[in-house]
Design a protein around this ligand. Structure first.
Ligand code: AMP
Length: 114
């Protein structure tokens, strides 16, 4: 756990939050500033700053995060209309929280990326 990391604090319960999903490796919350009708964050419990911090041994965790996102998209009834997964990394992406997370966005026409 990184001491000043908001997602570590949410994961440990220090900052109260509603968990939509939780297992041994990851948890899911609603984004506090939603950019779409459904805007969830899929977050590994373990502190990892960037996707670039992952070594090949963590392949299973990366896969797990995607499968959790898939499950949440089903639960939120997004599969038919579609949705978007986003990972921000570093300054050019505008990454605000330096703890890896997947954004799951859906419920409206999302428009072009960029
Ligand atoms: P990123 O720019 O990819 O680092 O995205 C971080 C996201 O975390 C932003 O969309 C924030 O709105 C969201 N966020 C920050 N603090 C919280 C919080 N306490 N609970 C839920 N979402 C948060």
């Amino acid at each position: 756990m990184a001491e000043e990391c908001v997602f570590c604090k949410i994961g440990s319960g220090e900052i109260p939050s509603e968990f939509l999903y939780r297992d041994d490796l990851a948890y899911v919350i609603r984004d506090i500033r939603p950019r779409a009708p459904t805007h969830l964050l899929v977050i590994p419990s373990e502190h990892v700053t960037y996707l670039a911090s992952f070594t090949n041994e963590r392949e299973a965790l990366v896969g797990h995060l995607l499968l959790v996102a898939r499950e949440m998209a089903q639960r939120e009834h997004l599969v038919e209309r579609g949705y978007r997964l986003v990972v921000n990394q570093g300054p050019d992406s505008g990454q605000e929280v330096p703890h890896l997370h997947l954004h799951l966005l859906g419920g409206r026409q999302l428009g072009a990326m960029g």
